[in-house]
Write a protein that binds this ligand. Structure first.
Ligand code: NAP
Length: 246
């Protein structure tokens, strides 16, 4: 069945890998990103791969005042959204955030507040229609604060908690809310990091997202072994955890 799929943060590597799967199946896509040249290139790829419709909107998602206009454009151009997937994010420079709160605030806007605004619009629309699927990429970093990235982690855990509440609210309307918690992914965001066996490709994460969308799980770790890793990390007593250099 052909779906109307809204992809927010469409130039992200994981978003592109996910959009490619939808495009190959001929679905109708609306791509939203802030860089015109890269957005056009992604849209062209999706047309070549077989998406039946590809619409685009250029939008810095941190500008929450524009979200109402964004959703009315999407409604006009794509029609009612069946699947909405949120990908955009930045990996905060933790040291810069510690030195200057305005930096932390920007990271919180990108990784939490912008997403909460998008979710507010999507939830009201889908609740009214009584259908739809929302999937949001957060991170395992939201499961426990660590000294190396607690601003990013706090933003992601804010979104995780918001999604829990939203899932609870929307369940009776028949709207699904999926929380996607990846571990390390090899993308431009992590280009400076040394890679190892725990690292996944955007394609692996994208396949996991589609499996969740077509399945029934509410919260997924990708790859799945991160569920076990994070279970252990979450259970380390604080008295020990605070002494570790993580
Ligand atoms: N990579 C990892 O190891 C990892 C692990 C766990 C979770 N995640 C999460 O996975 C998601 C996708 O990241 P990725 O790994 O695919 O990284 P990526 O390729 O660097 O993509 C990040 C995307 O976010 C976009 N973006 C940032 N701020 C934006 C804004 N204000 N408005 C619109 N777009 C904005 C960027 O757009 P521009 O191209 O215009 O900068 C870029 O396309 C993120 O939410 C990230 O936090 C990543």
């Amino acid at each position: 069945m052909m779906r109307n799929v809204l992809i927010l943060g469409a130039t992200s590597s994981v978003a592109q890998a996910t959009a490619r799967i939808y495009a190959r199946d001929g679905h109708r896509l609306h791509l939203v990103a802030r860089n015109a040249q890269r957005l056009d290139a992604v849209a062209e790829d999706m047309r070549v791969l077989g998406a039946s419709v590809v619409k685009t909107t250029l939008q810095d998602l941190n500008v929450t005042e524009s979200h109402s206009r964004l959703f009315s454009d999407v409604e006009k151009e794509l029609g009612p959204v069946d699947h909405a997937l949120i990908f955009h994010g930045t990996l905060a420079d933790q040291k810069a955030c510690e030195a200057d709160f305005s930096h932390a605030l920007r990271e919180l806007e990108t990784n939490a507040l912008s997403t909460l605004s998008l979710l507010t619009h999507l939830a009201n629309d889908m609740e009214k229609r009584g259908e739809g699927i929302i999937a949001v990429v957060t991170s395992v970093a939201g499961d426990r604060g660590r000294q190396s990235n607690y601003v990013y982690g706090a933003a992601k855990s804010t979104v995780n908690t918001f999604l829990e509440g939203l899932r609870n609210r929307l369940f009776k309307s028949g709207v699904r809310v999926i929380t996607v918690k990846p571990g390390f992914i090899d993308t431009p965001m992590t280009s400076d990091f040394p890679k190892g066996p725990l690292w996944a490709t955007p394609d692996t994460i994208a396949r996991g997202i589609l499996k969740a969308v077509n399945g029934s799980k509410d919260v997924i770790y990708l790859p799945g072994f991160w569920r076990v890793i994070m279970l252990i990390i979450r259970h380390v007593p604080e008295v020990i955890f605070k002494r570790l250099s993580l």
